[in-house]
Design a protein around this ligand. Structure first.
Ligand code: FAD
Length: 459
């Protein structure tokens, strides 16, 4: 008989894909180790989701105080109101530290063995870390992603930041040009504009936030413009000079002057030094190919999170980690990619799940649309922010929900209801007839689905 392996499962990478896979596998009774060369929590906790939201929360607090007069708050001296970036950074570091420390606690509680160092896969059952070899029946690769850049000439006199440096700024920049109007670019644009920086966004596509419905992105763009953000779309960056970003738009070359540039053109899978070719792990355009069970082309090796290039989101990585652990334990579970919510933490928030109207019309033809503006919602008025709208899309046969897009306060929390409803294959009627508490922002669901069926009540 074969000698017993050191572990049932070794996970390489301790981000939201890897650490969640390890915890789930241990909970299912597997002897599990997780190898991390840097900090547990990965990009998400250390340089992504959590630090960005911490900065944005400070911007939100500043805005609330500036606008507190509308709620009858008096006696504040607003003359020197601004963010102290040193304090903001300290708060951010504190939150990140607590969450990363929390992962170690979870490992202890669940009996996961953390191993520090770079994991190198020697063969399909062996991982070496710092010269020591560990064997396992299964390996889960969760090595994440890295920052992409643009292949254009860059003058060394211009300070070009990535999200890593932008998160660590000790001072408020006077101006910045952001290349890329995806989630990261837009969140930073909003943050910098809120704290007094002059912001320009240059986006290659014909609109920012391409995963969100066109009607909503129009509103988001005009909100950003009202804050003073200059947004160029259909603009192809050709060069970064000493003092500007040069781009082609409508056949002519334009430029956005700036003293700093933020490169936010996306992320690409990071194979973490794993020699996929030698191991026979199939890759496509730099990403590890997986099936719906998260298995690679090598039977006992799985890959979850950004490294498989599928959705590049923390909650996708964690969901895939759970699916991989379940399948390794013999429970057949499949990953479904068309109901993954996206969330953008500007104010008002933006969130969506499923298809845009254009995509839904392509797929289903005559779809039904329900809309409801937040001006018709009592709680939004009470909260002091009734900007934005919800748009819901249903297919023609059963009026099953195929897309929900929200621009409005608390959108990122509200979108979970749509994700659950879509997962249960709910129809417009079923959500419209589900009773939503009053007064809450969630009533916009009830209204929008009534509108998709016939008419909203309060508009
Ligand atoms: P990662 O988080 O990248 O973790 C991979 C880990 O593997 C790293 O810790 C790395 O050190 C380690 N590693 C790599 N190779 C090896 C090796 N050979 N041996 C040992 N360890 C190794 N997503 C959201 O869902 N919501 C958000 O709000 C959000 N905001 C973001 C904001 C920014 C600025 C950025 C950059 C990203 C954001 N993301 C957000 C994306 C999110 O961070 C990623 O999708 C998520 O971290 C992917 O998780 P992962 O486990 O696949 O990989």
């Amino acid at each position: 008989a074969a000698a017993a392996k050191d572990f049932d499962i070794i996970v390489i990478g301790g981000g939201p894909g890897g650490y969640v896979a390890a915890i789930k596998a241990a909970q299912l009774g597997k002897r599990t180790a997780v190898v991390e060369k840097d900090q547990y929590g990965g990009v998400c906790m250390n340089r992504g989701c959590i630090p960005t939201k911490t900065l944005l929360r400070s911007a939100e607090s500043l805005k609330e105080i500036k606008e507190s007069d509308q709620f009858g708050v008096v006696g504040l001296d607003l003359t020197n109101l601004q963010l102290d970036m040193t304090k903001v950074q300290k708060r951010k570091a504190g939150i990140v530290g607590q969450l990363v420390g929390g992962i170690n606690g979870l490992f202890r509680k669940n009996g996961v063995t953390p191993i520090s160092g770079e994991g190198i896969i020697k063969d399909k059952n062996t991982v070496s870390v710092g010269g020591k070899e560990y064997t396992a029946d299964f390996i889960i690769i969760a090595t994440g992603s890295g920052i992409k850049s643009l292949p254009v000439p860059i003058d060394s006199g211009m300070e070009v930041l990535t999200s890593n440096e932008a998160l660590d700024l000790a001072e408020i920049p006077a101006d910045i040009t952001i290349i890329g109007g995806g989630v990261i670019g837009v969140e930073f644009a909003y943050f910098f504009a809120s704290i007094g920086t002059k912001v320009t966004v240059v986006e290659f596509l014909d609109r920012i936030l391409p995963m969100v419905d066109e009607e909503i992105t129009k509103q988001v763009t005009s909100m950003l413009e009202q804050m003073g953000v200059k947004v160029y779309t259909s603009a192809r960056v050709t060069e970064i000079s000493k003092a500007a970003v040069l781009f082609e738009k409508d056949g002519s070359v334009e430029q956005a002057a700036a003293s700093k540039v933020l490169m936010a053109v996306g992320r690409g899978p990071d194979l973490g030094g794993i020699d996929c070719e030698a191991l026979g792990i199939r890759t496509e355009r730099g990403a590890i190919v997986t099936d719906s069970n998260m298995r690679t082309s090598v039977e006992n090796i799985y890959a979850v999170g950004d490294v498989n290039g599928k959705a590049m989101l923390a909650h996708t990585a964690s969901a895939e980690g759970i699916i991989a652990a379940e399948n390794i334990c013999g429970h057949h579970k499949e990953m479904v990619y068309d109901r993954i919510p996206s969330a953008i933490y500007i104010q008002p928030e933006v969130a969506c799940v499923g298809l845009t109207e254009v995509q839904a019309r392509e797929k289903y033809g005559d779809v039904k649309i329900g809309r409801f503006p937040l001006v018709g919602n009592g709680k939004a008025k009470v909260a002091g922010d009734d900007r934005g709208m919800i748009k819901v899309i249903t297919e023609p046969k059963y009026q099953e929900i195929v897309g929900v897009h929200i621009f409005g306060i608390h959108a990122t929390d509200l979108i979970a209801e749509a994700a659950v409803a879509m997962n249960l294959e709910a129809t417009a009627e079923e959500v419209a007839m589900s009773i939503h508490p009053h007064p809450t922002i969630s009533e916009i669901y009830h209204e929008a689905f009534h509108a998709a069926i016939d008419k909203a009540i309060h508009i």
